[in-house]
Design a protein around this ligand. Structure first.
Ligand SMILES: *Cc1c(COP(=O)(O)O)cnc(C)c1O
Length: 373
């Protein structure tokens, strides 16, 4: 059996007619920049997430930049975040001259450990940036509580979690600003780069819309230093189609995760399975398991063996951010965040997409259990 990790090909085939038609309509109109499909998508995203404002932009990375620029994050400001995430989370903080201040993660959810945040707050702290890792929101109430207490902003990096909920609200509808990514392999992907910024604050929304188009207030009049951060009309047309089917996709991802969970839940398991907190739902961007330390088979060996049996896997992420070369100047060292370091050495993501069949998840689960022993 040969398994497809994200199966973007099948997803296109399923909605091919609708997607081709939507793209062709843009070509016929040639409204490539800020066409009506952009506005259509923004309204549809607002309806789906419950957020008052959805502003599309050029990528999940640029969404983070726009969010922090809107909050006036300045060189020297500190932003508290997790060391166990994709580089963009901390990179954009540093790109603006601000300082990413890392706090270790929770051993069960791999999200930032909210109980360790307070100790990292200083006079320079401006914001907390939790990441909804693998699709599951962080402990938002605890984080928001600290933010209120210390007058900090909350920016949620929801690049992996579109549609996930925390106490019944999507994580696009929480914090001061929330962002997402439409990178093709994310749960809701376009056919290139794209992203969105969400907020319930009218003033912030207006500023983000302006920053996205070179900080202009009206054509060729520029109120802020902004950027060229628009999402292409064609990409919006693609997401417009996919969003219509997204509730179903999310339910299918949930089903796949449940099948993995029941297949892999055995006594004396060599694996640690993803933990699901009951006040949260996950968009299941990834189904990531840990291989327990006492196993003879290492994580990298398991990955190699699985590949030979037709099962592709991925490591999200092999090196925690405080140990990355680009962040050497921050002065962190090995041992500073033991949980993030331990997880980065033992985590492995199994194939995850809405279309994995029961036979496929059974096959993958059997092989994983067999090879991880
Ligand atoms: C993918 C991702 C991003 C960046 O999104 P792009 O659209 O690729 O720029 C940011 N943060 C996290 C956690 C991500 O997974």
């Amino acid at each position: 059996m040969q398994i497809d990790f994200a199966n973007l090909k099948l997803q296109y085939q399923m909605y091919k007619e609708e997607i081709d038609e939507a793209i062709q309509a843009v070509l016929d109109k040639s409204n490539y920049i800020m066409g009506e499909e952009v506005t259509q998508l923004e309204r549809a995203l607002e309806t789906f997430t419950g957020a008052k404002h959805a502003i599309t932009c050029s990528s999940g990375t640029d969404a983070l930049l726009l969010a922090m620029m809107a909050l006036d994050i300045k060189p020297g400001d500190e932003i508290i975040t997790t060391p166990f995430t994709f580089i963009a989370t901390a990179e954009t903080i540093a790109f603006l001259g601000a300082v990413p201040v890392f706090v270790d993660i929770d051993e069960r959810t791999y999200n930032i450990d909210a109980s360790k945040i307070e100790a990292a707050i200083t006079e320079k702290t401006r914001a907390i940036m939790p990441v909804s890792l693998y699709g599951q929101p962080a402990d938002i109430d605890a984080i928001q509580h600290l933010a209120d207490q210390y007058n900090l902003k909350v920016v949620i990096d929801g690049a992996q979690s579109f549609g996930a909920t925390y106490k019944g609200k999507t994580d696009s509808n929480l914090g001061d600003i929330s962002t997402t990514s439409f990178f093709p392999a994310k749960p809701l992907g376009c056919f290139g780069d794209g992203g969105a910024v969400f907020t319930n604050d009218d003033t912030l929304a207006e500023k983000i819309r302006s920053l996205r188009v070179h900080g202009q207030s009206k054509r060729y009049h520029h109120q802020y230093i902004g950027m060229g951060g628009r999402m292409d009309t064609i990409q919006c047309a693609v997401v417009n189609v996919k969003l219509k089917h997204y509730k179903k996709d999310l339910a299918l991802r949930q089903e796949v995760a449940e099948r993995y969970h029941s297949n892999l839940s055995i006594q004396n398991s060599p694996l640690t399975l993803p933990s699901r907190k009951k006040e949260k739902t996950s968009a299941w961007a990834q189904y990531s398991i840990r291989i327990n330390k006492q196993q003879a088979t290492s994580r990298d060996e398991l990955q190699l063996q699985l590949k030979k049996t037709g099962i592709p896997t991925a490591i999200h992420y092999p090196l925690a951010l405080h140990l990355q070369e680009c962040f050497q100047d921050l002065g962190y060292k090995e041992g500073d965040f033991p949980v993030a370091e331990m997880v980065s050495k033992s985590i492995i993501s199994l194939p995850m997409n809405p279309y994995l069949t029961q036979d496929e998840t059974t096959y993958i689960s059997q092989k994983v259990l067999e090879l991880a022993q």
